[in-house]
Design a protein around this ligand. Structure first.
Ligand code: ADP
Ligand code: SF4
Length: 686
């Protein structure tokens, strides 16, 4: 079966972790998924697919140990009492069914937990405000509180063992764990045996490891997830500071070290801000201090890179959250020598946005993520065609590409017509913006698939009119014609056109910038009323090209939606560093020999000089072909059986939405329309 290169054999060696053995070196580290205990069937099926795809260890998300740390309103896991065991057992069974180990990340979130639901007072090493927005403060734990946390953690570990888990975590990372809060002197101001010296601050972590070993260590491995650096200098944990001392102190106590940088923003940086392997410089010391296996992450998608990390002795396991989300079958594809089939993570963090918005996980590259149970979507398998019908897809952006790929995988005859000289749609433009090159992977993956699908024909330079579409005589027509940026200033905060007088300042949209129309001399105003990343990208590009740029937004920060992708701080920092002037809480009022703007609170107006304004406000679907064809259908001149719009052509959104829309069309094509919601629901049983 195996046609893989021998250099990858090292990735498929079994590794012992305390009393258990992982069948290879692919390790899905704990990651949130927005399903947790609220959609347990969905969560379990998603984890099971990872095991099927070859991940030797598949971990849960954070799992709360009791009501003193309820994680609400986040959607995570709970293991408070035996009543929680059945849903955990479901996940464990799904993972074991494919020969993988199931790991659980037990957690007491300390000052990162609002306890919105349980209304318990959050716990901390010392009295202080929470580190998440809240009106609450945490109380200082006394010795009986510490004993209670230890007892609760031990109890959850015992329950985890009963549920069938193979690996039980003690968590000290992401600024989300009480053991980490005790370690950090900025939070821990105690003067008893749990404060002061490093040995004292590490006491709770040591005790939790010892308790867990004692409770379940006979059959379960005990892992520690530890943040070696926080990227905040001497104010935090540092890889060349206390971190090596802690690892040296506890080196042989756990069965595995899972090491990374903290907080989540730093650990899961987007591709715009960090390359594959960006954590190596921080964690590479760990293996010099312990004989226990070490797992690390860094958005690894390159098999060569992975093999070299093991060969060099930097890591024992290739840890992954996002690469396992984008391609649950990544290990299997390497094992079988099918490297060209790997669906590489693009590092966009749309997956994170699910958790941040309390909704199920989604992924730009993998439209089946989160849909494994409720829609029965498998990332590698799809129902075969049930007819000889052919489909014409107009538009080769993400929606059209994924629609063609998935219909082609089903076996349908597909024609994909694209007006431009290359396939990719918006990706062709957006991937040329600073730091966005990884988005090309969206296109590359689909083009690689087309190489194996002779039933998918693609035509470039084919800007189809309604007559040409009709002449094609396809029974099914899909319009994936995309969208165009508006030029009238209508956006999230403004629903009527912006008054624009004469030709000064010159008006641009992102599409103009992509087309190479560049503002001339004089100050440029980039106006963001879209809220996601585009305005920041355009501002950064223009500033780097030498323009004097101001970014204005009615919001109180730059790119506010990018808080959901953990990028907001990094974006604002980067454009400030690029020399962009930022004006927040200002809305454009009119463009007339300058840009008139007003405070969003007081309405007080002012004017700013601008030779050019780039309006980044919203997009309108490219619907002229749709309207033309619709008109013919109204006049009974429609020879086709179905005409459907997908992606931005229906309603502009993220690339993830477009991929999902294309995939959904292909899944539902030629199938019975279902009654009610097009997916199964998990209901609360009363
Ligand atoms: P989405 O994200 O929904 O896939 P994109 O804007 O990325 O949308 O892609 C739409 C693609 O459709 C673009 O590449 C565009 O050139 C193409 N297109 C638009 N109208 C036509 C048409 N009439 N015929 C062929 N291709 C078209
Ligand atoms: Fe990677 Fe983006 Fe998918 Fe997350 S959503 S796994 S970052 S491709």
């Amino acid at each position: 079966m195996s046609a893989r290169d021998a250099i990858f054999d090292i990735l498929f060696e079994p590794v012992k972790i305390g009393p258990v053995t992982a069948r290879n070196r692919f390790y899905q580290v704990p990651h949130c998924n927005g399903m947790g205990d609220q959609h347990p069937r969905g969560m379990a099926a998603m984890r099971g697919v990872k095991a099927e795809g070859g991940w030797a260890v598949v971990s849960t998300e954070e799992v709360s140990i009791d009501h003193h740390t309820d994680f609400s309103p986040g959607i995570e896991g709970k293991l408070w009492d035996a009543g929680d065991i059945p849903y955990h057992a479901r996940m464990v069974d799904a993972v074991h069914a494919h020969g993988s180990l199931a790991a659980i990340e037990l957690c007491q979130q300390g000052i990162a937990c609002k306890n919105m639901d349980s209304r318990e007072v959050p716990l901390a090493p010392s009295a202080q405000p929470l580190i998440v927005p809240s009106t609450l403060q945490a109380r200082a734990m006394d010795l009986s509180d510490i004993r209670a946390v230890r007892a609760s953690h031990r109890q959850s570990a015992l329950l985890a063992k009963r549920a069938g888990y193979d690996i039980v975590y003690v968590y000290a990372g992401h600024d989300l764990s009480i053991a980490q809060h005790f370690l950090l002197s900025r939070y821990n101001k105690r003067s008893d045996e749990y404060g002061g010296s490093l040995e004292n601050r590490a006491r709770l972590l040591r005790e939790l490891i010892e308790d867990t070993k004692d409770a379940v260590g006979d059959t379960c491995a005990v892992a520690v997830r530890f943040a070696v650096d926080e990227l905040r200098g001497a104010d935090g944990m540092e890889a060349d500071g206390e971190a090596p001392e802690i690892i040296a102190m506890l080196a042989e106590l756990p069965d595995l070290w899972d090491v990374n940088i903290s907080d989540w923003d730093n650990d899961s940086q987007t591709a715009r801000f960090a390359e594959e392997g960006y954590q190596e410089g921080f964690i590479s010391f760990v293996k010099t201090l312990t004989t226990k296996p070490v797992v690390g992450v860094g958005r690894y998608t390159s098999p060569d890179h992975m093999a070299s990390l093991i060969a060099k002795g930097t890591l024992d396991f290739i840890g992954a959250a996002r690469p396992s989300i984008a391609d649950p079958f990544l290990p299997k594809k390497i094992e079988e020598g099918r490297l060209e089939d790997i669906r590489e993570c693009i590092g966009c963090n749309i997956c994170v946005s699910g958790d941040m918005t309390y909704s199920r996980i989604r992924c730009t590259q993998n439209p089946t993520m989160g849909e494994e149970w409720r829609k029965g979507w498998h990332p590698e398998r799809i129902a075969k065609s049930v007819s000889q019908d052919s489909v014409l897809i107009v538009g080769g952006g993400p929606a059209g590409l994924e629609c063609a790929r998935a219909l082609g995988q089903r076996g349908y005859a597909v024609t994909l017509a694209e007006a431009g000289d290359a396939l990719g749609g918006r990706i062709l433009n957006e991937s040329r913006l600073p730091g966005m090159a990884s988005y090309q992977r969206v296109v590359e993956h689909r083009l690689a698939a087309f190489n194996k699908l002779p039933n998918v024909e693609t035509y470039l330079a084919s800007d189809l009119s309604a007559e040409q579409v009709i002449a094609f005589e396809a029974r099914h027509i899909v319009l994936a014609t995309g969208a165009a940026w508006r030029r009238d200033g209508v956006g999230c905060s403004r629903r009527t056109a912006l008054p624009i007088a004469a030709s000064v300042p010159a008006i641009f949209t992102p599409d103009d910038i992509f087309a190479g129309k560049i503002p001339g001399d004089g100050p440029v105003l980039v106006y963001d009323d879209e809220r996601y990343i585009m305005a920041g990208l355009i501002a950064e590009k223009l500033a780097r090209d030498g323009h004097a740029v101001t970014l204005m937004t009615p919001e109180t920060m730059v790119s506010p939606w990018s808080e959901n992708t953990l990028e907001q701080h990094a974006i604002q920092r980067r454009i400030l560093e690029a020399g962009v002037t930022i004006m927040t809480a200002r809305r454009l009022v009119a463009l007339e020999n300058g840009a008139r703007h007003a405070c969003i609170y007081t309405g007080q107006e002012a004017e700013i000089e601008a030779a050019a304004v780039v309006l980044v406000t919203s997009r309108l679907p490219n619907d002229s072909l749709w309207l033309d064809l619709q008109a013919r259908a109204e006049n009974a001149l429609a020879p086709w059986q179905s005409l459907t719009r997908i992606g931005d052509a229906l309603a502009p959104a993220t690339v993830a939405h477009a991929i999902y829309a294309g995939h959904r069309y292909a899944r539902e094509f030629d199938t019975q329309a279902c009654e009610g919601a097009p997916y199964m629901r998990e209901r609360v049983t009363v």
